[in-house]
Write a protein that binds this ligand. Structure first.
Ligand SMILES: O=C(O)[C@H](O)[C@@H](O)[C@H](O)[C@H](O)COP(=O)(O)O
Length: 259
């Protein structure tokens, strides 16, 4: 069985979180290897929340991954200093970056001097993205090799929340929000067109607390933010543990796959 294939959403289920981390390691290592062979680098965007820990648990020990060619962005970031306990960067640093050899200049953080001005911080982040993704041929949207996303109990992903005007943002690469219902209220976030131009997008969700939302997202059509992630040509995968997957019933997904 291929790990992923263009086309319909693939859902990989695991008995528990350690097994899910093992599966993520296999998946990310393969995509990293493919991307580095193809274009000499692996461009990846990482979310906050529980994802960095789940991602890093096994991956940080994987000596076969060429982290020196990773280029890392944040799918969203809270507008707090980089050493603040709410910083997605600090979390990813503690869980992953401190254990592997990603060159510091390849880790694109929110500008620490701009965290009190979300609009400026988002503008700066667009400039950082342009350094990696704009060529002299110019690109319409960044095309990440992989974007790793979490999902909230209200169906939000990144800092894209249900009913928020940012759901309609279709031109800018990175936007700011000052009224996030999930604290802290000020954040920057990649936008849907960026998410949907990636080669691969993977959601990661674990625990019984995600059961109802996964059932809602995957068993019925809708317009919640996580349901608006529909890669134009890329793949969409879900990595879930059995507890989170327990209420998924749709025939579309009846072949929940073990990785
Ligand atoms: O910075 C953030 O708050 C996140 O990027 C956010 O979108 C997160 O991924 C979800 O809220 C899921 O969080 P949990 O995995 O902790 O439930």
């Amino acid at each position: 069985m291929p790990l992923h294939a263009a086309g319909p959403t693939q859902i990989f289920t695991f008995p528990d979180v350690p097994a899910l981390s093992q599966g993520l390691d296999t998946y990310v290592a393969k995509l990293s290897d493919e991307a580095i062979r193809r274009h000499g680098k692996f461009t990846v965007a990482i979310s906050g929340g529980s994802l960095p820990k789940q991602l890093a648990a096994v991956l940080k020990h994987n000596k076969s991954v060429d982290f020196s060619n990773w280029i890392v962005y944040f799918a969203d970031e809270r507008c707090v200093p980089l050493d603040h306990e709410d910083s997605n960067y600090l979390l990813a640093k503690t869980e992953l970056f401190d254990h592997v050899d990603i060159p510091q200049e390849n880790i694109h953080t929110i500008d620490n001097d701009l965290v009190s001005d979300p609009e400026e911080a988002a503008e700066d982040y667009i400039s950082q993205l342009a350094k990696t993704f704009a060529t002299k041929d110019s690109v319409r949207f960044p095309v990440f090799d992989l974007i790793l996303l979490g999902v909230g109990p209200d169906g939000h992903t990144c800092s894209l929340f249900p009913g928020h005007p940012l759901l309609k943002e279709m031109t800018s690469w990175c936007a700011y929000i000052t009224d996030s219902p999930k604290p802290p209220s000020e954040r920057i976030t990649l936008t849907f067109p960026v998410l949907n131009h990636a080669h691969h997008v993977a959601f990661v969700a674990a625990g019984a607390g995600k059961q109802d939302m996964l059932h809602q997202l995957l068993d019925a059509p809708g317009h919640l933010p996580a349901q608006m992630v529909k890669p134009v040509t890329g793949t969409l995968s879900w990595f879930v543990d059995d507890a989170a997957a327990a209420k998924i019933t749709s025939a579309t997904y009846k072949g929940l796959e073990r990785l």
